[in-house]
Ligand binder design. Structure first.
Ligand code: SF4
Ligand code: SF4
Length: 456
C-alpha cells in the first residue's frame, strides 16, 4: 500500500508529491527548472507527481489516463473497465460537469475508484496505474473540487507522453514493454525488430548492459523485476542465428513467419506496430557458417538474410540518397550511426584503426563475458544494411580528414571511444610491470603477450 505523500510546494513548482524513493522530489524539481525542460510541464509516475504551477491537475489526470488506457493489456476488469470509468468521470470534470453524485460525491468517487483499481487489479503495473491520480488528488483537491463546482480553466487541454519506467531509464530508450510483450508471445524476431529501432546491437547489449531498466522496473520493489535484458538476449539469439549453441532454436516454428505474426498481433491486440516487419523465417544455421570477414563488405547474402540467417528489419529502409558519410571508429557509437544512416539511405563507411570491429566492446570486455562470434554476427548484420568497414585504417595516420573530403564524404562522425584507463591515484601504480585494467584487457583481446607473473 502506498505511504502517505510528502507534499512540498516551491516556485515555480506548485505541487509536489514524492512517494517511493528513486530520484528525490528536489532532484526532479531541479531538473524541470533547467532550460531544456521548459516545454515539460509535469512529471507523472507511480512514485508521485511533479507539476509546474500553470498545469490543470484535472486535465493532467484525464490526459494521463487516456494514454494509460492505450497501454493497458485489458486482461483484468479493474484495469480495463475501472480506468475507462475513471477517465469518463475526469472528462466530465474537465468540462465542469458532475454526475448523479454531485460535486463532492464525484470527486470522492474518483478517489474510491482509483483506490479500487490499485487494490484489486491483477498485475503490478495496473496496481500502480492509479497512484498518480491519488497523488494529484492529494496535492490538488481544491482544484478538483473547483472543477466539480463548474469552474473550467484554460490549461485543461494537457497533451501527455507516457513511457514505462524501464524505457525512461534505458540510455537508448528501448521500448522494453513492447519487446517483452512480443517475447511473451514467442515472437523473438518481432521483439528484436523493436529493440533495433533504438539499438542495433541487441545480442551484444543483451550480454553486457548493466540494465538500469531492471532496477527501475515497477516490480523491482517486490524483489523480482522483469528480466528485461535476458529477454532481449534470448530474442536476439534466436532472431540472429546465435541460439543453437544455447539450445534455443526452433521456438518460432509453431507460430509461422514473423510477418504474419505482425498482422495477427496488430489485429487482435491493437498493438501499435505500424511499419514493423521481419524479413525472415524462423530457424537458422549453426554458428560459424560463413559471412564477411573483417575488411570486406558482406555482399553475397540473399535478400532478407545474412549467411542464411534471417535479418530483423525495423520497417523498410529509405531509398538511397547517394550521400557518403565517413565514420571514424567501429565501436558501438560508430556501428550504431552507420546502421541508422544506412537505413536512412546514406552510404556510410567506417574507418577502424584495429583489425577487428567493436571498439571497446571487443578490446575492453573479455571473451568469456562477450563471445567474439556474437560481435561478428551483429557487425555482419550491420554490414548487410550497406555499411562498409575499412579495417587497419587510422585517420590521422593512414588517411587525413582532408582525404575524406577528397573521397567525396559529405559528413564525418567521430566515434573514437574512450580507450584510456583511469588512474587509481595509489602509490606505485606507474612502476614498471604495472598496467591499468583497460590496457591489460586490450592487450589480451588483441592477442599480445602479457606477463602476469607466477602468482595471480
Ligand atoms: S538492458 Fe540496457 S539496453 Fe536493454 S532496455 Fe535495459 S537499459 Fe536499455
Ligand atoms: S518491465 Fe517492469 S517497468 Fe517495464 S513495463 Fe514491465 S513491469 Fe513495467
Amino acid at each position: 500500500m502506498p505511504q502517505a505523500s510528502e507534499v512540498t510546494a516551491s516556485e515555480p513548482v506548485a505541487a509536489l508529491s514524492d512517494r517511493y524513493g528513486g530520484p528525490s522530489a528536489a532532484e526532479v524539481v531541479a531538473r524541470l527548472e533547467e532550460p531544456d525542460m521548459a516545454e515539460v510541464k509535469a512529471v507523472v509516475s507511480w512514485r508521485g507527481v511533479v507539476v509546474k504551477d500553470n498545469v490543470c491537475l484535472v486535465g493532467l489526470a484525464r490526459s494521463y489516463l487516456k494514454l494509460i488506457q492505450e497501454e493497458s493489456c485489458g486482461r483484468c476488469g479493474p484495469c480495463r473497465i475501472g480506468v475507462d470509468v475513471l477517465r469518463e468521470l475526469l472528462e466530465k470534470l474537465v468540462a465542469g460537469e458532475t454526475g448523479e453524485w454531485g460535486p463532492e460525491g464525484t470527486v470522492e468517487r474518483i478517489r474510491d475508484l482509483a483506490e479500487n483499481i490499485r487494490d484489486s487489479a491483477w498485475c503490478g503495473i495496473a496496481n500502480t496505474i492509479a497512484d498518480p491520480i491519488l497523488a494529484l488528488l492529494e496535492v490538488g483537491i481544491d482544484h478538483f473540487l473547483a472543477h466539480a463546482h463548474g469552474t473550467t480553466c484554460e490549461a485543461c487541454s494537457t497533451h501527455g507522453w507516457v513511457t514505462a519506467p524501464c524505457r525512461s531509464t534505458c540510455p537508448s530508450t528501448v521500448d522494453c514493454p513492447a519487446y517483452i510483450f512480443q517475447a511473451l508471445e514467442e515472437h523473438p524476431h518481432l521483439a528484436t525488430s523493436i529493440v533495433k529501432r533504438d539499438n542495433p546491437l541487441p545480442a551484444i547489449i543483451g550480454r553486457t548492459c548493466p540494465h538500469p531498466c531492471e532496477a527501475n522496473c515497477t516490480l523491482a520493489p517486490t524483489g523480482h523485476p522483469i528480466a528485461i535484458n535476458n529477454i532481449k538476449r534470448w530474442c536476439a539469439d534466436l532472431a540472429e542465428g546465435l541460439a543453437e549453441d544455447r539450445g534455443l532454436s526452433g521456438r518460432l516454428d509453431k507460430r509461422g513467419a514473423p510477418h504474419e505474426v505482425t498482422e495477427l498481433v496488430t489485429a487482435q491486440q491493437s498493438w501499435r506496430l505500424t511499419g514493423v516487419a521481419c524479413a525472415g523465417e524462423s530457424g537458422g544455421p549453426a554458428e560459424g557458417s560463413g559471412g564477411s570477414s573483417p575488411g570486406s563488405v558482406s555482399g553475397a547474402a540473399a535478400p532478407g538474410s545474412v549467411s542464411g540467417v534471417p535479418v530483423s528489419a525495423p520497417g523498410a529502409s529509405e531509398p538511397p540518397c547517394g550521400q557518403k558519410v565517413a565514420i571514424i571508429g567501429a565501436g558501438p557509437a560508430g556501428l550504431s550511426a552507420a546502421y541508422y544512416l544506412a537505413r536512412r539511405g546514406y552510404k556510410p563507411t567506417i574507418f577502424e584503426e584495429l583489425n577487428v570491429p567493436g571498439g571497446m566492446v571487443h578490446v575492453g570486455i573479455p571473451e568469456y563475458r562477450l563471445p567474439r562470434h556474437v560481435i561478428r554476427r551483429e557487425v555482419e548484420l550491420i554490414e548487410h544494411e550497406g555499411v562498409e568497414i575499412r579495417y587497419n585504417t587510422r585517420i590521422g595516420r593512414d588517411l587525413q580528414l582532408s582525404d575524406l573530403e577528397k573521397m567525396g564524404f559529405e559528413a564525418v562522425f567521430v566515434a573514437i571511444g574512450a580507450h584510456l584507463g583511469r588512474p587509481l591515484g595509489i602509490p606505485g601504480e606507474d612502476l614498471p610491470g604495472t598496467m591499468d585494467a583497460i590496457e591489460f584487457l586490450r592487450k589480451v583481446a588483441l592477442g599480445e603477450k602479457v606477463d602476469v607473473g607466477d602468482k595471480v
